[in-house]
Every structure is written in C-alpha cells, then in structure tokens.
Design a protein around this ligand. Structure first.
Ligand code: SF4
Length: 424
C-alpha cells in the first residue's frame, strides 16, 4: 500500500544573505539561516539620554536583540554616542539602529560620532527617495554606511510610499491595455520601492551583506502579498513587521497573523511588533509578544512554556488557574538566574491541566505535567515526568510540592554536572 502522505511542517527558510549587526558582544546576524532576530523600538525622545538609556536597557533585558531609536534632529544625533557609552558601561551591548527620515544624510555627515556609534541605519526610501535630487540624500546615507562598515535597513512603508514611483506606476497602469486595480498597483509599488532602493544601494557601493529590506503595510493581506513578492524576487535579508498594528489585542492579533503566515512560509529574518502601548504602558510587551510568537511556532526557545487547558465546568475551583498562573510567573521571574545555572532550560515544557479528560494525555507530552482533580474526581493530582506517571500530589501544599518537583527536574536535566551524568 502507498505510504500515507507526509504531513508538512513550515516551509524551509527562504535563503537570504546574512547581515551582521554590531560588533563584539551583542552582535547578531540577520538572515543567512541565522535564528530569527527579535527587535524593538524606543518611544523616548532620543535627546533625553536618561530616558532612552533606561528604555533601551529594559527592552534589551526583556530579550530585544536589536533596539531602534529615532534620530530626527541634531540634539538626538549628539545624544547617540553618549547613549551607546552609557549602555556599554552598564553591560547592555545590544546593537542600536538609528531611525532616519528626511535629513538622515545631513545628521550622519554632521555627527560622525553618531554614525560610528550606531550599528545600523534605517532609511525610508519614501522620504529619502533615490530619484533626481533625492539621489544625493539616499546616496549620502549609503556612502556613510559603507564608510563606517554599518548595515542599512531599507524600509519602505505604505504610509510614506515613494510618491514619484507610485504616480509613475499609476499612470503606466491607467494607460495599459488591461489596467489592474489600484490596490494591486500600490502593492507592486511597495515591492519595487524596496527592491529598486536596495539595488541602488548596491550600485553605490554597499554590499548585500549589509542590507536588510522591509516593506511594511498596515493591512494583513497586503503585507503577506508584498513580502511574498519581495522574497520571490530577491535574497536580501528580510525584516518583518505590520506597520501601525494598533493597540491591545487587535494589534497583537493582526501582527501575529501576518508575521505568522510569512514565517510559516519561510520568510523573515527579523521581526518587530509595532504595538501602540497604553499611555505610560510597558514598552517591553512588544518584545515578549515577538518571543512568544517565535517560540509558539517552534522557531526559537526563550522561556519554558507552560501549557494549560482553558478550564471549563469540570474545574471545581480556581486552584487550577492559580497554579497555571503561579508556575508561569515563577518560571518567568526565575529565568535570568536559571539561564546562568541551567543552560538549555528555556526548552523545558510544563503542562498544568484541569482534569483527567485531557490532563494525563497532555501532561505526558510535556517534560513535566500535572493533572488537577476536576468535579467529582478523587482529590488527587497525578504528576507525569518524561511521559510517565511519577507520583501523585494531594492536599494544601500541592502547588509548592509541584514547584519542588519542577526545580528537581531542572537541576537533574539542565544542571552543570547533571545528576544522571547524561547531560540531561
Ligand atoms: Fe475542562 Fe478538563 Fe478539558 Fe481542562 S482538561 S478544559 S478542565 S475538560
């Protein structure tokens, strides 16, 4: 009989040219098969050195591997080398990217220390175009990057699409025998804006090994279509992000849908969630969400995962929700310490389940799982370790006892000089 067809996982990664961002400690590679990089952006005024250092450090400590800061005027450009120095002094070596619009060419020329302190420059071809007089501005930024050995992200954006290019393409479309709809022309303009700009940068003298491309759009389907095309037509390293994703769950869902589909197709070397925080809200949320997406899709591991069932009418009390929450919080807060002592611990899987319907099954798939008693069940909680029932917990100390079992397991499996001597 014919073998059953293979059930496919994600597509192989789209092959791109690897781009090194930064030097020494903290340097990362985007593309070329390297792990997908998590990045973020500050929302402080870069001229405010204290605030920017604090936010960059918070983002980096939350797991952002690259942080972008706005460089919009002389005061911001003068602050950049001081920010770099302060960060290095407190042991935060995360590469900094300067976000330039309109006058980036001038700022980079007038502030060589800023040009040197940054690991990468972001240019928007829509407002630093490469046609006619703008060629000079684009060319100057690219030349600065080549001179200082820096990477550049050429970031086309739907909201600031190159007017001249779009008008030209719209006219061409209107005069063609079979005109396409305006949206399709805009998508094509996005793709071309990114690719033509990147090719122009190569022509000016920046090697492909220093170029990352993005083509951000705020509508999910447009974004997927545009990035598929960018990937199909080139091998530049790709930065993924849904621009202006929005606030709260809407922003998270929209960006996850768009980025998730593309990652599944093998497209994307670095990701950023452009979430709008609540006023005064926690900026690091965008880093946590990016990490969770990559981990949940199986591309990277950052923090042990706690699988928990949603609970239902079979769960008699809040003990189950409390245990799932407490275990996740305990793991998250312990991670900085655990990472030093237990290499590889981020790959741990824990399951906290509400009853015997799915509890034992799910627990067996995890490294450690507990199945709490549901309505009408005997008030005992079997614990499964490496797929086998290891013990049964009961009584008021159940949560603490379970924590003890988890830490024992971590010590045995990930501790240096592990107890079983097998490296696990
Ligand atoms: Fe409900 Fe049990 Fe399923 Fe959890 S495992 S959702 S408690 S039936």
């Amino acid at each position: 009989a014919d073998a059953a067809p293979e059930i496919a996982g994600p597509s192989p990664r789209h092959r791109t040219v690897g781009v090194r961002i930064g030097e020494g400690e903290g340097a990362v590679v985007m593309g070329g098969g390297a792990p997908i990089v998590v990045q973020s952006m500050t929302n402080t005024d870069t001229a405010d050195i204290d605030a920017t250092v604090a936010q960059v450090a918070a983002l980096a400590r939350a797991g952002s591997e690259v942080v972008r800061i706005t460089v919009d005027r002389d005061e911001a450009a003068s602050a950049v080398p001081k920010i770099r120095e302060r960060l290095d002094r407190i042991g935060v070596h995360v590469p900094l990217v300067g976000d330039f619009h309109y006058i980036g060419h001038k700022l980079l020329t007038d502030h060589p220390a800023c040009a040197e302190a940054l690991a990468k420059y972001r240019i928007n071809p829509g407002n630093v175009g490469f046609k006619e007089k703008k060629d000079l501005q684009f060319g100057t930024i690219v030349e600065q990057a080549a001179r200082y050995g820096k990477a550049v992200r050429i970031g086309a954006n739907w909201g600031s699409l190159d007017e001249a290019l779009l008008t030209h393409m719209m006219d061409e479309n209107a005069n063609s025998a079979r005109p396409r709809d305006a949206r399709a022309v805009m998508r094509e303009a996005m793709v071309q804006s990114a690719l033509l700009s990147a090719d122009r940068a190569v022509e000016i003298g920046l090697p492909k090994e220093r170029i990352v491309l993005s083509a951000k759009v705020s509508a999910v389907q447009d974004l997927i279509a545009v990035y598929r095309e960018v990937a199909r037509r080139s091998d530049y390293a790709i930065h993924l992000g849904l621009t202006e994703a929005g606030m709260g769950t809407k922003g998270i869902v929209a960006a996850s849908a768009a980025i998730g589909v593309l990652l599944q197709e093998g497209i994307g070397d670095t990701i950023r969630y452009s979430l709008t925080p609540e006023p005064g809200g926690d900026r690091t949320v965008e880093v946590k969400v990016a990490q969770e997406l990559l981990q949940t899709m199986g591309f990277r591991t950052f923090v042990p995962l706690v699988a928990a069932c949603p609970g239902c009418g079979r769960t008699t009390s809040t003990v189950f929700q409390e245990l799932a929450r407490d275990i996740q919080n305990w793991i998250t807060t312990s991670m900085p310490e655990w990472r030093k002592t237990y290499p590889g611990v981020e790959g741990l899987n824990v399951a906290v389940m509400g009853c015997i319907v799915n509890g034992p099954g799910e627990s067996k798939h995890a490294d450690i799982g507990i199945s709490l008693p549901g309505t009408g069940e005997t008030p005992t909680a079997p614990v499964f370790i490496d797929g086998k029932k290891a013990m049964t917990l009961r009584g008021a100390t159940l949560a603490k006892d379970f924590e003890g079992i988890v830490i024992d397991y971590i010590e045995r499996r990930f501790g240096q000089g592990t107890k079983d001597g097998l490296g696990r």
